[in-house]
Write a protein that binds this ligand. Sequence first.
Ligand code: ZN
Length: 379
Amino acid sequence: MIKIDSQRLLNVRDYYYKEIYSTVSTCFHAATLGINPFTGKNLRTWFVTRTTGNLNESFLKILLTGTFDEIIAEIPEIEYYLLTCKFLHFSFEQVDAKLPGKKKADRISIRRAHVHKYSNPWLNKHTNAPDHRSFLSSNKNYSQFVHDVKADMDQLNALIAQIIDYSNISRGLRHELLHRIGIEVCPYCNRQYITSYKDGTAKKTTADLDHFYPNSIFKLLSLSLYNFVPSCQICNSRFKLAKGSEILYPYESGFDRDTYFDVALTPSSNSDSLIGGNTLFNIKLHQTHTGSRADQLEGSIRLFQLQEVYQSHKEYVRELLYKQYVYKDAYKKDLTALFDNMQLTEQEIQLFLYGHALQEDKLGNSPLSKLAFDIITRS
Ligand SMILES: [Zn+2]
């Protein structure tokens, strides 16, 4: 996972708002809306100004083009919406099946910790309900609790969908947006190019526009720019199939130095394996963070199966190791003289030697650059 410079979104927010505004505004005027089951208030209050009762355009602009924090700053209640959606998306219902052999008290603690993590007044409405007095005590009770929260959320999302509906974004706008965001390599795997091209006059791309928070649950964010992450089709399909893994949010952070690739010897390795003489080794992706990001880092590695898919790059790693070995020793003197003559920068030298500039802040610009960076700079 490589962090995406969020400046890319700032560059397109005005364009995007201009393109999407009229569709959303038309939906708003046709919407009947109704009561938010979590609060008992009409959902209309989110979308209109208090003084005139007309469409609140400044909120709409932030909802469509602002960060999640900016959206919550506009309407604090939206934080409860997002926490409740996260609770549902990451819900861990079948504790008994997933953790066989755990004591009943432990299973209750696991369920309690999960509810506590996303605790907010909307969820608490259900935890405090008389029907759910012993909702933590068994899978059956807990599933009923999750089911009831979901029923409220489905009802609310059906209201939201009257205004905010992903199917209202045209294919042309999707391609244009991907083109303008301009990400060329999948941020999740750093393996595949995601290319923009022209088909006649139409712009197309090989990328998918992934919803970081899935459209199926986080309906309110389904047209939000900060919820769109361009990715390769493989990562997008893994993302869609997966449920319940918290991963890094790429506009905020990437692996950085909390993970690194290296070469792990196997019983069949020999002395040549470390100097590019063969591919009798494995590629290991280490996760070193022990703090609050650990779960998300591990979730990202697991969800995109990075440990597994990177094994197909052993030949590339062998080449890097071989070049490093040769450049370090045999040709070092000659190369130093050559580079001095050519007056190359450090990055140009790395590019010349390894095909990568190995700049830590530009690893998202070419495939496998994180792998190359770690192998070259750490060995
Ligand atoms: Zn990918």
